[in-house]
Design a protein. Structure first.
Length: 93
């Protein structure tokens, strides 16, 4: 999820498979105040509403499926201005 979520903005992240890091994240989460939990919830809601729409997801899949086609035909990529879709594009920063 670290390709979409930001630690400390959308919640508390930990490294996949790292049991110690998971335990630390759970401890941190248990100590959060209600205001911070509400901020995390609002940030997640905004992320989903703004960047995880069906239009965004379809554009991301289309860009992936068109890559081999574009390599052989030299057609330009489908452009979509969704920030999350840009994150998911191979080679995007």
């Amino acid at each position: 999820m670290s390709d979409v979520l930001v630690d400390g903005e959308h919640g508390i992240l930990f490294a996949p498979g790292d049991v110690h890091d998971c335990r630390l994240a759970l401890t941190r989460a248990a100590l959060l105040d209600n205001a911070t939990l509400q901020q995390y919830g609002a940030a997640c809601h905004a992320l989903v509403a703004d960047h995880l729409t069906h239009t965004c997801e379809a554009a991301a899949y289309r860009a992936i499926f068109e890559q081999p086609y574009e390599a052989t035909t030299r057609k330009r990529a489908v452009r979509h201005d969704c920030l999350l879709c840009a994150w998911r594009r191979p080679g995007a920063t």
